[in-house]
Design a protein around this ligand. Structure first.
Ligand code: FES
Length: 126
């Protein structure tokens, strides 16, 4: 059963100057790369990759969120779709291994540190 959800905006641009490459949006390109990277780490059944249509952060593409029940939620912005899939997948691997999702700052890849826009506490459980 998959607990971690990796939400990625499929509509995000590659950059402010570049909407798409060969007809593929930056977000969709990132999603395609993430599928490969997650599979290469045998995480395809552990991390639920969920494409979304706009996360209201269109001015800072690409936008990504990592969340799970009882864990911190990480919201990442300005994730480079051309280069960041491996680091995001590594971060998901770290996140799934830690009970509260609090991946130590020093253990996060530079791309993840730079892209972290918000960290939210776990939602209260009933
Ligand atoms: S298009 Fe990606 S956040 Fe709006």
């Amino acid at each position: 059963m998959s607990e971690t959800t990796l939400m990625v905006c499929a509509l995000c641009r590659f950059s402010a100057q570049e909407r798409s490459r060969n007809g593929v949006s930056g977000g969709q390109y990132l999603i395609d790369q993430l599928r490969q990277e997650l599979a290469s780490r045998s995480l395809q059944d552990v991390v639920n990759l969920q494409p979304l249509r706009c996360m209201a952060g269109c001015h800072q593409p690409c936008n990504v969120s990592v969340a799970a029940p009882g864990k911190l939620t990480f919201i990442l912005s300005s994730v480079d779709p051309a280069t960041a899939a491996a680091q995001v997948s590594d971060f998901c691997q770290q996140y799934t291994a830690i009970p509260d999702g609090r991946v130590p700052y020093g253990d996060r890849a530079t791309a993840i540190r730079r892209a972290t826009a918000f960290v939210l506490p776990p939602l209260p459980t009933p």
